[in-house]
Every structure is written in structure tokens, then in C-alpha cells.
Design a protein around this ligand. Structure first.
Ligand SMILES: Nc1ncnc2c1ncn2[C@@H]1O[C@H](COP(=O)(O)OP(=O)(O)OP(=O)(O)O)[C@@H](O)[C@H]1O
Length: 260
């Protein structure tokens, strides 16, 4: 198997026109791919198709060398941190991880050992028996990260994984991505935090209005487009140049200069 993830002519329409307009790319094992694009570009939709949550797409997606349509087993080898985390509010953290671990086919002993240690690593040990309804945003995020990793997956999909994490935890998470990559894991990472994407990704895929407008290592894209950082590159490729005018206009509105 040359590619761990292979996407060919992927289209998605929720009923109001194409959200994905025929995207194609292949990912080799052991890469960190930064998947970026403006709000509404179609990033989460793409990831949900990969996870088998959205079935009514057209095109072909292969994961671990197999077409994912109507397949389930591949899901045991992937981990996912969603953009919006919905946990089972009435469960405690340990109950939740037991539930997730069982879905992945781990033994009770494996789950308990891994869950306890992972929870400590993310400094959640004091809340291990608290119901998830009492968890803060950052605590939920940490638990979602633990749940995505507990079964030692080969392919990880992270959709805004740093949301709500404090600076220390974010640093741990960035290091963790490097370690996972060293272990040969593949990471498909969607985020709006350009500095982090630029730093951690081996390759950037930029999606705009459901179409891939750039695909390659950051250095290569930056050289080609004569930009110094990913934020500028993003602005250029998405045709966004009026940020100063917008900021000035906002200030002008709140000062009442547009009240008339
Ligand atoms: N369940 C749905 N039903 C109808 N339209 C949807 C649904 N989910 C997403 N969309 C639409 O599809 C488009 C792409 O949404 P998507 O969430 O994939 O974008 P995104 O790139 O992840 O955006 P963001 O950066 O804001 O998270 C948007 O126009 C959105 O309104």
C-alpha cells in the first residue's frame, strides 16, 4: 500500500449546490498534512466523509488501500478529534473512555491502564470521576484527544484540536504530533491557527470553496508564491486583501461614524 489515504474526484452536495467540487489527493503514510481553508470551505465535510459519517458523496475514498464505502473495520484504525465535541454528558470521564475503548475492541484491562495514564498525562486525574456535564471547554478537548488515541490508531484526523487548550497543553499536543509522526502515524490536521499548521505540517492542502487551490510543502508554496508565512499565503490564495479596510470600517461603525 503506497497511500494511506487516497481521494479521487470527491464531490459533496447537501442539497444547495456543491460544497466539495471534485477534490483529489493522495497521502503517504507518516505525513502530517495541514488541511486549511476559509470558514465554510468544506474541511469538516471532507473529514466527515473519511470517517464514514457522511455517506452521500460522489467520488472515491480509499483508506488503508480499501474503498471505504459501506466498510466499518477501517474505523478501528483511525482516531478523530471533532471540531465540535459532543460527549455523553451523564457519563464520567472514565466511563466515557471505557465506552470508547470497548467500541475499539480493547480489553477492560487495557482500557483501564491506558485511560488512567493518559488522563494523568493531560492533567485530568482529579476530574476522572466527574460527570462530563461539569467539564470545561479545555477539559472536554483534552478528553476528546485521549479518546482519539486510546486504541493506538494509525491514521488521525484532528479538526481544530487546540481549541480551548491552555498554552501548556497546546505545547504538549504539538510535541505529541511530532512523536506520533516519528512512530509512523499519519495525521490529517485541520486548523485555523496558521503558525502551528506552518510549523508542524509536512504538507499543506488549501481548500477554497470546495476546490484545492494549493498542495505542497510550506517552503515550496512560500517560494513559489513569494510569501513569508502561511497566513499571507492563505490571504493571497483566497483572494483576501481588504483586511485593513474591514478593520477600519468596524472601528468607524462602533464610533458612530456610519450612524447616519
Ligand atoms: N449538515 C449540513 N447540512 C447542510 N449544509 C451543511 C452541513 N454541514 C455543512 N454544511 C455546509 O457546507 C459548507 C462547508 O461546511 P464545512 O463545515 O465543511 O466547512 P469548514 O471548511 O469545515 O468550515 P469552518 O472552518 O467554518 O469549520 C458550508 O457552507 C456549510 O454551511
Amino acid at each position: 500500500m503506497r497511500y494511506i489515504l487516497s481521494v479521487k474526484d470527491l464531490y459533496m452536495d447537501y442539497g444547495q449546490g456543491n460544497v466539495l467540487n471534485g477534490i483529489s489527493f493522495d497521502v503517504e503514510p507518516g505525513q502530517i498534512v495541514g488541511y486549511i481553508g476559509p470558514n465554510g470551505a468544506g474541511k469538516s465535510t471532507t473529514i466527515k466523509i473519511f470517517l464514514g459519517i457522511i455517506p452521500n458523496y460522489t467520488g472515491k475514498v480509499e483508506i488503508f488501500g480499501e474503498d471505504i464505502r459501506n466498510k466499518y473495520l477501517y474505523k478501528k484504525r483511525i482516531g478523530y478529534v471533532p471540531e465540535i465535541i459532543e460527549l455523553y454528558e451523564s457519563l464520567t470521564a472514565i466511563e466515557y473512555l471505557n465506552f470508547v475503548g470497548q467500541l475499539y475492541g480493547l480489553s477492560e484491562r487495557q482500557i483501564t491502564k491506558r485511560a488512567m495514564r493518559l488522563i494523568e498525562m493531560f492533567d485530568l486525574q482529579e476530574a476522572i470521576n466527574s460527570r462530563l456535564s461539569t467539564y470545561s471547554k479545555g477539559m472536554r478537548q483534552k478528553l476528546a484527544i485521549v479518546a482519539s488515541l486510546i486504541h493506538n490508531p494509525d491514521l488521525l484526523f484532528f479538526d481544530e484540536p487546540l481549541t480551548g487548550l491552555d498554552a501548556n497543553s497546546a505545547t504538549v499536543f504539538k510535541e505529541l504530533m511530532k512523536e506520533l509522526k516519528n512512530e509512523g502515524k499519519t495525521i490529517f490536521y485541520s486548523s485555523h491557527i496558521m503558525e502551528v499548521v506552518e510549523r508542524v505540517s509536512d504538507r499543506i492542502i488549501l481548500l477554497s470553496q470546495g476546490t484545492i487551490v494549493a498542495d505542497g510543502p510550506f517552503e515550496e508554496l512560500a517560494q513559489k508564491l513569494k510569501q513569508r508565512n502561511l497566513e499571507e499565503l492563505f490571504n493571497q490564495l483566497t483572494g483576501f486583501t481588504n483586511h485593513q479596510d474591514i478593520a477600519k470600517e468596524i472601528v468607524s461603525i462602533i464610533k458612530g461614524e456610519r450612524d447616519e
